[in-house]
Design a protein around this ligand. Structure first.
Ligand code: SAM
Length: 276
């Protein structure tokens, strides 16, 4: 079994105050720029990662799409703490899901979207910037993660409680926070299937939400970590069905290198709906 995770949830509890400083972009990768932020000796270093979504290849004037389509561009700034818990870093699944949402941005306008296990919330924030009405969620027992999500929102000029909602939602727990969620068109999640012990909890929540929102779907990315992991039996148990979405050409028209976007991991995109 491979994991790729070098941090533990417990470190969330030990996280100290972070420094916010003026930053300068230093590196450019598949649509992303990373800017380091200095921190004092007792502080976890923070950096701002900038993700740029466009409909055109940058710097290539001979591209015919560049001549015919007006430029569309959205930037998302994500504060990250590399030495902290899972939810303070943008996992490779998130930009992949975000690019899928970007390429389907016309369908997002006015849609009610819930992101599960949002972490730094790149896909949900992008969806909000594309005109969706977004609720971002993460575990209700991780207040620092929820605070970090609010920070991500503010970094993108989205005021929590006004432009975007942030709620505690723990998978498998059908608490008031879940019952209070209004109608939904789309549920999204990046890298939520990283620990088999919570696969059923995620699908219980999805099954409940899709039962209440018959036309909604759950679109998620997951990273292949073990050939032994499967959600097939659980999908059946909770009367859900999944269809893979082919992403071979994701980002191609914008000049994005998919392998670089995936950080050289194998990442899949799935659509999960309620069995009818
Ligand atoms: C691997 S991280 C992915 C974060 C983010 N979606 C991304 O792709 O960058 C998993 C996320 O799920 C959240 N999480 C873990 N267990 C959870 C639970 N039981 N209920 C809700 N969220 C949970 C973590 O706090 C973390 O933000």
């Amino acid at each position: 079994m491979t994991s790729g995770y070098q941090v533990s949830e417990e470190s969330d509890n030990e996280q100290t105050t972070t420094a916010v400083a003026t930053v300068t972009a230093t590196t450019s990768t598949a649509g992303t720029q990373i800017a380091s932020v200095g921190a004092g000796s007792n502080e976890i270093p923070e950096h701002i990662r900038k993700f740029v979504f466009t409909n055109q290849k940058t710097g290539i004037s001979s591209d015919t799409t560049a001549l015919t389509e007006p430029l569309e561009k959205v930037e998302v700034q994500i504060p990250e703490l590399l030495q902290s818990g899972y939810s303070f870093y943008t996992w490779p699944c998130a930009p992949v899901l975000a690019w899928f949402l970007w390429e389907n941005r016309r369908n997002l306008v006015g849609k009610r979207v819930l992101e599960l296990g949002a972490g730094t919330a790149l896909p949900g924030i992008l969806a909000a910037k594309c005109g969706a009405r977004v609720i971002l969620s993460d575990s209700c027992i991780l207040p620092k993660s929820l605070a970090h999500i609010r920070k991500s929102c503010l970094a993108n000029n989205l005021a929590p409680g006004q432009d975007i909602e942030v709620i505690g939602l723990s998978w498998g727990l059908l608490l008031n926070s879940v019952f209070n969620i209004g109608p939904l068109d789309l549920i999204i999640g990046a890298d939520c299937f990283y620990d088999p012990s919570v696969f059923e909890d995620i699908l219980v929540t999805i099954s409940f939400l899709l039962e209440r929102n018959k036309d909604a779907k759950f679109i998620c990315t997951y990273q292949e970590r073990s050939a032994d992991w499967s959600i097939e039996a659980l999908l059946k148990k909770w009367k859900l069905r999944s269809v893979p979405i082919i992403i071979d050409n994701l980002g191609k028209s914008s000049g994005v290198d998919l392998l670089e976007l995936m950080g050289n991991h194998t990442i899949h995109l799935l659509e999960i709906t309620k069995e009818r």
